[in-house]
Design a protein around this ligand. Structure first.
Ligand SMILES: [Zn+2]
Length: 122
């Protein structure tokens, strides 16, 4: 529901179809608007913020990921290096499963409530 201008970086709420004819409402450039999402193969937005957060987390949970898409697949290693307890909650073991301190496999609708219940029970 957001659009980003590749020329100036302006992000705005938008529900209109993206066409090359539309101009950026901030800089006026044409043909530079795209969905404000991360496509497969692109670097996630806010990597500086992500790595800063990974340096200070106590608990890192990966939910529903195969651990095959980088750089996200490396986040567990960063969190672990910072001293975080790392938990994998996913359908089946992935490529970086050995990095996790705690692993639970199955449908998220089952393993997530179970894990949260154990967490709340202390
Ligand atoms: Zn722009």
């Amino acid at each position: 529901m957001k659009t980003r201008c590749t020329a100036c970086g302006h992000v705005f709420a938008d529900r209109e179809p993206l066409t090359r004819a539309r101009a950026c409402p901030s800089c006026g450039a044409g043909g530079t608007l795209r969905p404000h999402v991360v496509w497969f193969g692109e670097m996630p937005l806010g990597m500086d913020q992500i790595y800063a957060a990974l340096e200070s987390v106590d608990l890192f949970v990966a939910l529903g990921t195969s651990g095959t898409v980088w750089p996200a697949a490396g986040f567990v290693q960063e969190a672990k290096a910072a001293g975080a307890w790392t938990v994998e909650l996913t359908l089946e073991p992935g490529e970086v499963s050995a990095m996790f301190d705690e692993r639970h496999y199955g449908p998220a609708t089952e393993i997530l409530p179970d894990w949260i219940g154990r967490l709340e029970a202390g």
